[in-house]
Design a protein around this ligand. Sequence first.
Ligand SMILES: CCCCC/C=C\CCCC/C=C/C(=O)SCCNC(=O)CCNC(=O)[C@H](O)C(C)(C)COP(=O)(O)OP(=O)(O)OC[C@H]1O[C@@H](n2cnc3c(N)ncnc32)[C@H](O)[C@@H]1OP(=O)(O)O
Length: 316
Amino acid sequence: MAALLLRTSRGLGACLRVATGCPSPSSCVVAAWSSARWPREGAVAWRTHAQVRHYSSSDKLSIDMDDKTGVAVLKLSNPPVNSLSLELLTELAIGLDKLEMNPSCRGVIMTSAHPHIFSAGLDVSEMMGKPTEHYREFWRAVQEMWLKLYGSSLVTIAAINGSSPAGGCLMAMCCDYRLMADNPKYSIGLNETKLGIVAPFWFRDTMMGVVGTRVTERSLQLGLMYSPAEAVHVGLVDRTVPEETVFEEARTEMARWLKIPDHARQITKSMMRKTTIDHLLAQRDSDISNFANFISKDSIQKSLTAYMQALRQPKK
Ligand SMILES: CCCCC/C=C\CCCC/C=C/C(=O)SCCNC(=O)CCNC(=O)[C@H](O)C(C)(C)COP(=O)(O)OP(=O)(O)OC[C@H]1O[C@@H](n2cnc3c(N)ncnc32)[C@H](O)[C@@H]1OP(=O)(O)O
């Protein structure tokens, strides 16, 4: 249990370094991932005799793990729009950590409990009119969620059953595969510039890993939101499926990915993502300070206030 607590409290990067005896974040990710799925003493706490186990104690997030298939289903459930509050981000990081440490878990399907919205992204109210310390805590939680999801050794599939702007798009992009409902009313993208804010370098790098440099540059500067069909066209989403089949298609896709031996896929995934993860780990504190300074500026606060007021206007 001590090992379990160590892992949950320090986050995946640190716990993997502990597991491998590797001193620095930058030198151990491949080694760590190759051993991350070994049976571990502490993880036995999550074993269960029931086939499906409910993991999350939060009402904003449900996580159901099927021990027989090795697939967990993580559902965002924070009405009205699944905005990523400090609380939900923290729950997400903890939930992902628990799954990572469960030796019978091999994959996660991430989706929304509410039709029409996958996630509205970061909760803008967490970034408005708060003291600097709150901004720092909030941004650390955003980083933590990203580190857990982007750095997950599990197969991660986003079943995008609604709109997914900004931080919602980021979560989907962290996954290994993205399916989106083919409803043209839905949209996905990093729209930060439209709020007068700037997607940080690790949002940019995540997008570049999915759609390449040119599409990222255009998408970020213009704050583009794509329809599902456009998202497939630029490679932001892997495929669209009829709305009512999103979840079942995600399960079928998962089965395809789980045919690959875990160790080979995990090391490959690590090789692809290590540089981007190390970049943030090396600059975590300065990234938090940049965010807190930037978001505290009067001009940025005014932009966010105007954006939220516009959002509250009746839709035409
Ligand atoms: C150079 C240094 C750089 C350092 C870093 C600096 C900056 C940091 C960048 C931070 C990165 C930010 C990432 C983000 O994720 S920002 C959030 C962006 N999200 C959005 O723009 C989405 C806005 N929302 C919508 O577009 C729509 O609400 C919708 C998701 C498409 C859903 O539409 P609909 O079903 O019509 O619902 P409503 O618009 O009526 O919304 C219902 C209520 O929910 C409130 N709402 C919506 N989104 C958010 C949100 N993200 N946060 C908080 N609240 C939200 C909305 O105001 C409504 O509230 P009301 O009922 O009180 O009117």
